[in-house]
Unconditional design. Structure first.
Length: 398
């Protein structure tokens, strides 16, 4: 039996589709990267204009926090949409392709903003049903700039007594319109590391007269994979990838240094701590065996994105009610990508869900993925995201 609180919600989201698409395409044409996104911020403020909201803008970043107060007092829920683009040259051929060289909304953040802005409009029309407040979090700097953490430091959770949080991330790798959520970890922690191996340079024809850092660096690649399998349980998904190796200037010179650069992805803090301790030890010992030394520099990234079990279950149930059972499924496995919504979920119970938007006629398995300069998203999926955002707030506060 359909909950009367959600009657007509999806239809209302479809009625807002021209507005949703117009905002999405405007943002797609003019992508901005990082924490400073003045044009995107202005577009969000314009989209919210005319709604009775308490609006706050960031001090050190181009964020927008808009609070909708219901007709009755109560707790608050937070809905997040990230705003920033990626450093890519778009090659989709879309009529609304990026006009900014080297910048593209390749992760769908333009759709997130548009869906959240339309959800604000839907909820504003239904504020008489809200016993509490809705905090709309428009966040820049998700792509490696810790925007969510900066917003928390600027008082994001001080604007209202937030008790639950929800975010949607679009994906081209799922069927269009399908909402997928899961309990527990849904995205990984991501840490970057760089290893500088130092030996002694010399002539390539006489390696015995030098201390070649290249074999030491090469041995580290295999050793790091081995330590992962010996120190981390096979039931703890963990990835160590060396993505860059740099050494030397020509074919007859043994260089003094070699560099490795890689990423560590983990789904638990225990695995993360273990590997962050093991990587420097392994590199130091391998270097020593080759007569070299190694320095390891770690850049700690986003923590594990962990969904609250009860909230994740409720998101799945709400999706089934509002979108239909076929359009709300449990996600079987976490993704090893990372998300800074993890910072919010450390502070309040909440969940992230993925919204499928594979273009018509394409197989999700073959579609260009998020972060590809050819990725495209089916805009027909957007009303499902708009109504899912609104349903989450109505359910929590209704």
């Amino acid at each position: 039996m359909t909950d009367t609180r959600f009657a007509g919600l999806l239809e209302a989201a479809h009625a807002l589709q021209p507005r949703t698409v117009a905002l999405r395409r405007a943002l797609h044409r003019h992508p901005e990267q990082g924490l400073a996104v003045p044009a995107t911020q202005a577009a969000v403020l314009s989209a919210l204009d005319g709604l009775d909201l308490r609006v706050h803008t960031g001090s050190a970043l181009g964020s927008v926090v808009a609070v909708l107060d219901g007709d009755e007092p109560g707790p608050a829920v937070l809905l997040r949409g990230d705003m920033d683009a990626l450093p890519l040259r778009e090659e989709t051929g879309l009529p609304f392709s990026s006009t900014v060289p080297g910048s593209m909304h390749a992760c769908g953040h333009d759709t997130h903003v548009a869906m959240l802005a339309s959800a604000a409009r839907l909820l504003h029309e239904r504020r008489s049903r809200l016993r509490g407040s809705v905090v709309f979090m428009f966040q820049p700097g998700e792509e490696g700039h810790h925007g969510a953490r900066h917003m928390l430091e600027e008082g994001l959770l001080d604007v209202a007594p937030v008790e639950r949080a929800f975010a949607i991330h679009i994906t081209s790798k799922e069927s269009s319109g399908v909402l997928r959520c899961r309990r527990g970890p849904i995205m990984a922690a991501a840490d970057a590391f760089r290893v500088v191996v130092t030996g002694r340079g010399g002539h390539a024809s006489a390696p015995a007269d030098a201390l070649d850092p290249v074999p030491a660096a090469a041995a580290m690649v295999g050793a790091l994979q081995t330590v992962l399998t010996r120190r981390i349980s096979v039931f703890e998904p963990t990835v160590v990838t060396i993505a860059r190796i740099t050494a030397g200037t020509t074919n007859n010179i043994i260089p003094e240094t070699a560099e490795l650069e890689g990423t560590l992805r983990t789904l638990s803090e225990s695995a993360r701590s273990t590997m962050l301790a093991e990587i420097p030890k392994v590199c130091a010992h391998v270097a020593e065996a080759h007569g070299c030394t190694a320095e390891v520099f770690v850049d700690r990234g986003y923590p594990v994105t962990v969904n609250d079990d009860a909230v994740a279950d409720r998101v799945t149930a709400l999706g089934a009610q509002v979108l239909g059972p076929r359009n709300s499924t449990v996600m079987p496995n976490a993704l090893m990508g990372a998300e800074d919504f993890s910072y919010v979920l450390r502070e309040v119970p909440g969940a992230m869900a993925f919204l499928g938007a594979c273009p018509p006629g394409q197989d999700p398995a073959e579609a260009p993925p998020n972060h590809s300069n050819r990725v495209q998203f089916d805009e027909a999926a957007l009303p499902n995201g708009v109504s899912a955002y609104a349903a989450f707030a109505l359910d929590a506060l209704g």
